[in-house]
Write a protein that binds this ligand. Sequence first.
Ligand SMILES: Cc1cc2nc3c(=O)[nH]c(=O)nc-3n(C[C@H](O)[C@H](O)[C@H](O)COP(=O)(O)OP(=O)(O)OC[C@H]3O[C@@H](n4cnc5c(N)ncnc54)[C@H](O)[C@@H]3O)c2cc1C
Length: 341
Amino acid sequence: MTTKRRKDTAPASIDAEVVVVGGGAAGLTLAAALGTAGVETVVVDREPVAARAAPGEGDRTTALTYGSVKVLQGIGAWDGMADEAAAVLSLHIADNWSPLVLQVEPADIGDHPYGYNVDNGAIRAALLDRIDALPSVRHLAPAQVVGFDRDGARIVASTADGTALRGQLLVGADGRESPTRAWSGIPVRRWQYDQVAIVCTLRHERPHQGVAVEHVMPSGPFALVPMPDLPDGDHRSAIIWCERRADAPAYLALPREAFEDELQRRCGDRLGRVRQVGRRFNYPLSGLHARRYVGDRLALMGEAAHAIHPIAAQGLNLSMRDAAALAEVVADARRLGLDIG
Ligand SMILES: Cc1cc2nc3c(=O)[nH]c(=O)nc-3n(C[C@H](O)[C@H](O)[C@H](O)COP(=O)(O)OP(=O)(O)OC[C@H]3O[C@@H](n4cnc5c(N)ncnc54)[C@H](O)[C@@H]3O)c2cc1C
């Protein structure tokens, strides 16, 4: 994978067909999909590019369904991340510590893995590389969009440094607190879960054999998701451990040995001795749903439109569907000479 990066020097005005606010995984996927279809696109993110592109750290991963992998293949971004992906060959789901396990095997879903668990830095780096290679896509970062206006058949988004981004369609891919959604006056329904997701990486003695495991506990789901082996042969899995909000801080503060004992208790002996490596992350869990996804020359996607509990690992997978569907609608309208907004 190449890691070339660019920071465009912003001119006073940029004309495109589509302006995408937010260059997280959702916005970058849409930009790559639009660019693959030849649509003039500018994607803008307020964070510097380097701040979030660190492939191979293995600190956090995302489980992508086979459908998402097909989308990424279709837009030419999959090969750039495939080396940092572990195939999920089957799912084992248990109620609490019940010995009865619901098994989903490849034969149940078709002649392919259920999906792949991919390093987040690798997803981002591969999408950025793909965008770099697409002549019809510009990536501006860091550049913060501070508002937008309508100008006849155009929409004009303004950045903090005074650049005007003109397009026929504005897409808000700017995350849970989406400024684009707020400026559009689209109401949003929000809810809280009484849970915090504790996320970390494990090294373990025995191979995971491509099995993802989820124990559905009273305090929240505890999931083990395969990661690629390290070059030294060490086996790895990602942990997503959802715990009650009141109890999570105490677990997070445990010294390494006691924390590993808690993990071992939850993992059982299938993987042999487990060790925690890297950082411990924590995410207070909540959800949201925008009342509308579209407006006049405007569309919302990704977590700007919908955010859900990680229990089924579907958040970004839904956003990949958003990207594929939106790019298809735009490309079709453009091909027919229609107004894409
Ligand atoms: C613990 C956990 C585990 C998860 N596991 C999975 C999984 O296994 N599989 C899965 O599919 N999903 C998973 N998810 C969900 C997934 O992580 C999210 O859906 C996804 O990261 C959201 O991406 P996004 O691009 O929509 O939003 P974000 O990543 O929030 O990106 C929004 C971007 O918009 C930019 N922005 C905001 N405002 C502006 C502005 N004014 N101007 C310019 N830029 C702006 C921000 O800088 C940011 O880069 C998980 C979530 C959690 C919490």
